[in-house]
Each structure stands twice: as C-alpha cells, then as structure tokens.
Design a protein around this ligand. Structure first.
Ligand code: ATP
Ligand code: FE
Length: 325
C-alpha cells in the first residue's frame, strides 16, 4: 500500500511517500527557518503563507522522487493537530482537496503520535511493546506509555516550557540564531558541565516537569558573568541537566509501567548528547530515529496512516491546535 503523508503543523512543509508503513520512497521537507530566523521564533501568519506557497511544490517533488503518480496513491495521511491552526489548515485543506478530486481516502492524525511513530519507521517490530516513549520537541516534553496494543497513556509532562523551547530561548539569549537546538548541541561538544543548574521539584508532589527555572538560571548566569561566561560549558551543563531530568523521569515509572523498549522522539531527540546518554543508560532497549525523522517530517505521518488505514476521515474533518487523544 502506497501512502502519501502531509505535515504542516508548524514551520516545516513536508510531504512523503511511504510503502507499507516502513519503506520511505521519498520524504521532502521544506524548512522555513530563513523566514522566521529574524524574529527568533516562528511567526504563525508567515508560516501559513509559506505553506500555501510551498506545499504544491513539495508535493510534486515527493511524487517525482518516489517515482509514483497520484493514481498510485492508496491512502493519504495528514496531521490535524496539535500545531498552529492556520498552518494545519493548509495541509488539511490540501489533503481534503486531493482526497475528493482523486477519490483517495484520508486519515487524520495527531502530530505527537506521529513523532512517536517516527521510531517505528526504521526499527518496526524490533521495538518490543510495552514501551515508554518520550516526545521532546519544540512544543512538548511528554512521557507516554505504549501498551502491548500500542495504545497510548500519558505519564508525565512539562508544566511550562518544552525542552526544545528552552534550547531555542537559550540560543536567543546569546544571539546565536534560530533554531537553537543544533547550535547549542554543537557548542556543548566543546564544553564541560561545570555549571550547577537547579533541578526543579514539584511542591505538590506531581510528576510534572518544569524547565522555566532552568531558563531563568541561564539568563541570570549570562547577565552576571558577562565576558567571563564560558558559553560551551554552560551549554554542556544545560544539556546534562536536561538528560538527567528526562532519564530520572523514565526511571520513576519503570516499576509501575515496565517497558521492554525506551523511545526518544521529537526534534530534540536529534541532540547528540541526549542520544548518547540514553544509549548509555538503556542500552539495547533504547530506540531513537535518525535525525531526519526526529524533526518534523511527513514520513512519520504516512507510516502511522498505514497503521490506521481503517480509520478513514470525512471531508468535514476539523483541525485541533492543542493536544488531544
Ligand atoms: P511540536 O512537535 O511540539 O509540535 P515542533 O514540531 O515545532 O513542536 P519539532 O520539529 O519536533 O518541534 O522540534 C523542533 C525543536 O527541536 C526545536 O526546538 C529545535 O531547537 C529542536 N532541535 C532540533 N535539533 C536539535 C538538536 N540537535 N539538539 C537539541 N534540540 C534540537
Ligand atoms: Fe513536531
């Protein structure tokens, strides 16, 4: 079965063609980084306009690279949320138009479930269930449990900033550019974790995580140390603290929710240090997608659509800006 995936939830316009959920025939991602970089973050209205402009081109490129035509597509998968409403509407309207005009059914998918699915593209059944899956991205830091049937349960989440957001804001404080993740990742490779960052504790005993205190600490340290600041060491310390918090959170649930596999997904899972720390900690149980499937892409959408092929959507399908299950 040939599935076309469409992803426009944030600032990447992506279309992919995937056979039987795992064989990626093409995965095209058109990044809007240059458009948003001057603002240090994504400007929603600009994102929608860029999607409108780029999606038809990305679609044609994906078909060409996969060497298929519209007639070969058996199913369409499209992200319907969470994300920027205007951006989502562009992808969903395109999917509906294509579905109606070419008589191809479509499936509506949750972006966060697609991030979890990204690990299954390359590893498939090697990932034994039940599993724990961390989605660590620009808007989410959510730990999930996948039972034997791959049904999802939320275990813990951030109460304020997402880790990706903290990476982006950290780089913005230092005027290093956008997105911050890859920049901080590189800097940290030349540093040592010499700074002691605060580890947030929830006074109400909840399992929520928090990263806003860490962000404030980074800002204060930058302001206080000025020329004495060792940026590389601060970046390395920040990454170490993030890894410590995420790994500790998984361990907190290990007894109650025994898992045969541990997945790290979402844009931040492209981080070289986090990948290494998780591998050291969880060994053979640990699965992380290739960096190209960590950040937003439509291959993960097409892959999940294949699994959900029975759940066909209707033409009045809505978009959902906030997380839903
Ligand atoms: P969400 O998935 O929550 O809706 P999003 O789709 O915008 O948000 P993703 O594309 O999954 O987020 O991830 C983008 C985030 O990943 C950005 O915050 C970016 O800085 C971060 N990121 C990308 N590469 C790296 C890296 N090497 N190290 C750390 N963070 C990274
Ligand atoms: Fe994402």
């Amino acid at each position: 079965m040939i599935v076309l995936g469409i992803e426009t939830s944030c600032d990447d316009t992506s279309v992919a063609v995937v056979r039987n959920g795992r064989e990626v025939l093409s995965s095209i991602v058109s990044s809007q980084i240059k458009v948003h970089a001057p603002y240090g973050g994504v400007v929603p209205e600009l994102a929608s306009r860029e999607h409108i402009k780029n999606l038809p081109i990305v679609f044609q490129t994906a078909l060409r690279e996969a060497k298929v035509s519209v007639n070969d597509i058996d199913l369409i998968g499209v992200t319907v949320g969470p994300g920027l409403l205007g951006a989502l509407l562009v992808g969903v309207s395109f999917a509906k138009g294509l579905s109606f005009a070419s008589n191809i059914p479509f499936v509506a998918l949750n972006h966060i479930e697609c991030h979890i699915q990204s690990a299954f593209i390359e590893y498939g059944e090697k990932i034994e269930l039940p599993a724990m899956a961390f989605v660590v991205s620009g808007g989410h830091t959510h730990l999930f449990y996948l039972n034997e049937k791959k049904e999802i349960k939320l275990l813990a989440k951030t109460r304020d900033d997402a880790v990706g957001e903290a990476f982006d804001k950290f780089a913005k404080m230092l005027n290093l550019g956008y997105p911050g993740g890859p920049i901080i990742d590189k800097l940290a490779q030349r540093g040592e974790p010499t700074y002691k960052l605060p580890i947030p504790k929830m006074s109400d005993g909840s399992d929520d995580m928090s990263f806003s205190g860490i962000k404030t600490f980074l800002l204060r340290t930058i302001e206080k140390e000025k020329e004495d600041l060792n940026i590389e060491n601060l970046a390395a310390s920040f990454q170490k603290t993030v890894a410590d918090i995420l790994i500790k959170k998984i361990k907190r649930f290990e007894r109650e929710f025994p898992a045969k596999s541990i997945l790290l997904t979402g844009g931040v899972s492209a981080n070289s240090y986090l990948r290494k720390r998780f591998k050291d900690e969880f060994g053979e149980k640990f699965f992380v997608p290739s960096p190209k499937f960590s950040t937003d892409n439509a291959a993960m959408v097409a892959s999940l659509a294949f699994e959900r092929k029975g759940q066909k959507a209707e033409l009045h399908q809505e978009c959902f800006p906030t997380l839903f299950f």
